[in-house]
Design a protein around this ligand. Structure first.
Ligand SMILES: [Fe+2]
Ligand SMILES: [Fe+2]
Length: 430
């Protein structure tokens, strides 16, 4: 596996250095989506809505600009009042580039409402953007996994199809490895360009993967770009700020965990203990019907075909967190990293058990594929047809039902699970 990874990285690096076209002809390093606006219009790029702890009443808005802004504010009409919310300057330097960036938090919204807002800086302002708040019970989101690519148009195609087929989606999640190289600014811009429209309209839930933690020379580094681009909810630990967090959406409480201690322990030690202490308090305090965990690395270890020294079992992420998920009666655990979709059904105490959390390995949404790499695991219930291309998931429900579906980009349904909060959880798998 390592030799495949190195050769692919070397190829991508060479392509970036020389500027040659990759895959279907996209040259990495597209310049973004800045609109050329007439005088008086404020140009912003990569405007994005970021998840907050409570999407019924609040939203975080972030954007970039090509030059510094003076005193940007968000203007939003709430009821009869036009509110002016000052943005924080969250400009950061990474990959030898100063990224002019601004962040504003909007609070005090009403559930199930539609608002319009614009960004104003001095005499200039943007067009209006739409912001929706959501229900406290019913919800629907889209889940993407591992969008890292040589050609980000592949990611864009999967995302476009998912949003077109699910115009009622209220938020979207990316399970980590958003980009192949976490330092490469051109890849971040290519990634955001492909989902420009959904980012402006729907709250986005990012999850950090190991590829967010690689420098241009492929050495491990602290994921500065990822942590700066996405101002996710606080976790009350400044030392590990933005690396793990939780939020409510509809009838569900979502927990996002960090599984990158192999990459980051030397930079910031102690995240396993800090996360477990935080996780216990977080899960104890939620009153939501569903407890859903999202974590980049998988809990199982899969045998690598043709290698006798890499056998099936449980990963260190699994042995670390699965007993906690059992104890707190987590309903669903979504994982990623292996670039394959697998439904492993319910597992408790490291065994198949209908009372345990449901474990879904979410697949991939970019062009980095591992054909013929992973053997099936004894706990696999459904494996996507091999060799795999791409997929996306939907998750919808209310306080009684939770339905998870996996689709190919063309809309073909691969798998469906329904959980019901009644005497015994009832499951239908296709
Ligand atoms: Fe990945
Ligand atoms: Fe990964």
């Amino acid at each position: 596996m390592m030799s495949k990874k190195i050769s692919r990285r070397t190829f991508i690096k060479a392509a970036l250095t020389t500027g040659i076209a990759l895959g279907g002809g996209l040259v990495l390093g597209c310049g973004g989506n800045e609109n050329t606006m007439p005088s008086g219009k404020l140009p912003v790029k990569f405007l994005r809505q970021i998840i907050t702890k409570d999407s019924t009443t609040s939203r975080c808005i972030m954007w970039q600009s090509d030059s510094p802004m003076t005193e940007p504010i968000i203007e939003i009409t709430i009821g009869d009042e036009v509110k002016k919310i000052p943005a924080q300057n969250s400009t950061f330097t990474d990959d030898d580039t100063e990224n002019f960036q601004y962040t504003a938090q909007i609070d005090g919204l009403k559930p199930n409402s539609t608002y319009e807002f614009k960004i104003v800086d001095g005499a200039k302002s943007t067009e209006n953007f739409e912001l929706k708040t959501y229900d406290e019970n019913k919800f629907k989101g889209i889940i993407f996994s591992d969008s890292q690519s040589a050609n980000y148009e592949v990611w864009g195609g999967v995302a476009k199809s998912a949003f077109e087929k699910n115009p009622d989606a209220e938020f979207f999640i990316n399970m980590g490895d958003l980009v192949d190289n976490g330092e490469d600014r051109t890849q971040w811009e290519a990634w955001m360009t492909q989902v420009e429209e959904p980012l402006t309209k729907l709250p986005f839930v990012p999850i950090m993967g190991n590829h967010e933690c690689y420098a241009r020379d492929w050495k491990e580094r602290y994921p500065m770009a990822y942590l700066n681009y996405f101002a996710v909810p606080e976790n009350d630990n400044k030392y590990f700020n933005r690396r793990y967090y939780s939020f409510d959406f509809g009838a569900a409480h979502f927990v996002v965990l960090d599984s990158q201690w192999d990459e980051l322990e030397t930079f910031a030690p102690g995240i396993i203990e800090a996360q477990i202490n935080w996780l216990r308090k977080d899960l104890e305090n939620t009153k939501k019907a569903w407890k859903i965990v999202c974590i980049h690395r998988d809990v199982l270890q899969y045998k690598i075909i043709d290698r006798d020294d890499w056998n099936e079992g449980f990963s260190s992420v699994g042995t670390t967190f699965m007993p906690e998920f059992d104890f707190w009666n987590v309903d669903v655990v979504f994982t990623a990293h292996l670039h394959t979709y697998r439904n492993r059904g319910h597992i408790r105490d490291f065994n198949e058990d209908p009372t345990g959390p449901l474990y879904i390995l979410t697949g991939l949404s970019g062009d980095v594929r591992y054909p013929g790499l992973w053997a099936n695991h004894t706990l696999d219930k459904f494996v996507a047809p091999q060799p795999e291309t791409d997929n996306f998931l939907t998750i919808e429900g209310d306080d009684k039902n939770l339905i998870i579906k996996c689709f190919l980009p063309d809309g073909t349904k691969l798998d469906e699970v329904k959980l019901t909060k009644k005497e015994n959880q009832e499951e239908i798998s296709e």
